[in-house]
Design a protein around this ligand. Structure first.
Ligand SMILES: [Zn+2]
Length: 259
């Protein structure tokens, strides 16, 4: 028997660099020493925001023809599928929390950084349209690096079509809530991320359009240390609230009850 600890049991905290045991990270994956949040998977988010096992996935969509002309794209997709057990970076279903029924859609940053492509766009529209048809609130948990460059302009096109569907839902007067988590960047922050009635961010999330280094390199200016953080966006009036991960379920429950 090996004397080395089992793989995946200990994980070093990226902020305080302590070695933290899986049980200490807990279900919400919070560092017990410094409060750092590890990124959650779609499955963990669904568990956090759903009572019991009350999550019924939306029906499968017809297969999309994905252009694989970008070098190495097909292999990258296959790796992401193997790593996450997901087919794509977005999962949606009908969920229940605090006695309320709603449509919950979750982006998974472990799948090619939650990037928006043809399939993610189609699934997002399906979630939005289902909320409208069933007259239910929509909650989206966003975690995305932006549009998926491997699908080029077809990814960028999703920014408009998802936003158009979102606008139609808002026009129908149904309650919409977006929870921006780390990271919310690029084409996702520039389209539907801020389109909800209420926009919350998880504490510590990086939210912006272009990355800080890119902006510094092109503008030749040093940006403030809190640039593109949830707190600075809140101070500038872009967010309704910044919520600690441990409070998120309670805050979402309360908002659902109020609406
Ligand atoms: Zn830590």
């Amino acid at each position: 028997m090996s004397h080395f600890p089992k793989k995946g049991l200990w994980q070093q905290c990226p902020r305080c660099h302590r070695h933290v045991h899986r049980l200490e990270w807990g279900q919400l994956r919070i560092c017990p020493y410094c409060g750092y949040y590890l990124r959650l998977t779609a499955k963990q988010r669904i568990q956090q925001l759903t009572t019991g096992n009350d999550f019924i996935r939306l029906p499968k969509l017809a297969e999309h023809t994905v252009p694989f002309t970008f070098p190495g794209y097909q292999q990258k997709l296959a790796q992401a599928r193997e790593k996450t057990g997901l087919k794509e970076a977005f999962v949606a279903g009908q969920a229940q929390l605090a006695g309320a029924t709603f449509i919950l859609g979750v982006m998974d940053s472990h799948f090619m950084m939650g990037t928006l492509n043809i399939v993610v766009g189609a699934r997002l529209r399906q979630a939005i349209e289902t909320a409208k048809q069933r007259k239910l609130p929509l909650i989206l948990v966003i975690a995305s690096g932006g549009a998926r460059m491997q699908e080029g302009i077809l990814s960028l096109l999703q920014m408009n079509t998802v936003l158009a569907a979102y606008d139609a839902l808002n026009a129908a007067g149904l309650f919409t809530l977006n929870i921006l988590t780390d990271p919310t960047m690029g084409g996702v922050s520039a389209s539907f991320a801020f389109a909800a009635d209420i926009v919350l961010a998880e504490a510590g999330a990086t939210i912006g359009f272009a990355g800080k280094r890119v902006i510094e390199a092109t503008s030749h200016e040093v940006l403030p240390t809190d640039f593109q953080t949830a707190d600075s966006l809140y101070r500038q009036g872009q967010l309704d609230a910044v919520v600690q991960r441990s409070n998120l379920t309670a805050v979402v429950s309360q908002l659902l009850r109020l609406h």
